[in-house]
Design a protein around this ligand. Structure first.
Ligand code: FES
Length: 156
């Protein structure tokens, strides 16, 4: 048996290129069916100072494990909803155009995170019903200007 591999022929190269193109088409088809889980890891979300005792790294790892094959997980910078940290946004799959992004706050323990991942695995926005424990944590997004205006309003 020879340890030297034969040089790649033009036909071999063609087969490799076609296989890669096929894999990309399959991945795009999967992505269109899959929600995206945006996990904020900005200033307050993921902060040990703000949330001592929360295993932020472990929660992100759990999220990746629990939704593997069903969604993509994207860490993000601050989403301007820091008062609800840790914030996760479930963006609907392209295949569920009637779905709206779902913002969930206080995702600070494994139980809430598991409920969120179960919702994502069930299809997420536009497909699955939001469980009550997540409905109660829905975060409304107000940007910093709105928060500042609210704080400086008379009587605030
Ligand atoms: S740090 Fe997460 S919303 Fe600001």
């Amino acid at each position: 048996m020879s340890l030297v591999s034969a040089p790649m022929t033009g036909h071999d190269h063609y087969r490799v290129v076609m296989a890669r193109a096929r894999d990309k088409r399959r991945q795009r088809a999967v992505d269109a069916q899959a929600p995206t889980v945006v996990v904020c890891r900005g200033g307050d979300c993921g902060s040990r100072a703000k949330h001592p005792g929360v295993d932020h790294v472990g929660l992100l790892r759990e999220t990746r494990e629990l939704v593997a094959g069903a969604a993509q997980v994207v860490p993000s910078r601050c989403l301007d909803a820091c008062e609800h940290s840790n914030v996760v946004v479930v963006v609907p799959a392209a295949a569920a155009p009637e779905g709206e992004p779902v913002w969930v706050g206080d995702v600070n323990d494994s139980d809430v995170n598991a409920a969120l991942c179960e919702y994502v695995r069930a299809g997420g926005p536009g497909v699955a019903d939001l469980p009550i424990e997540l409905e109660l944590r829905r975060a409304t997004r107000r940007n910093r200007e709105e928060l500042d205006a609210e704080r400086s309003a008379p009587g605030a």
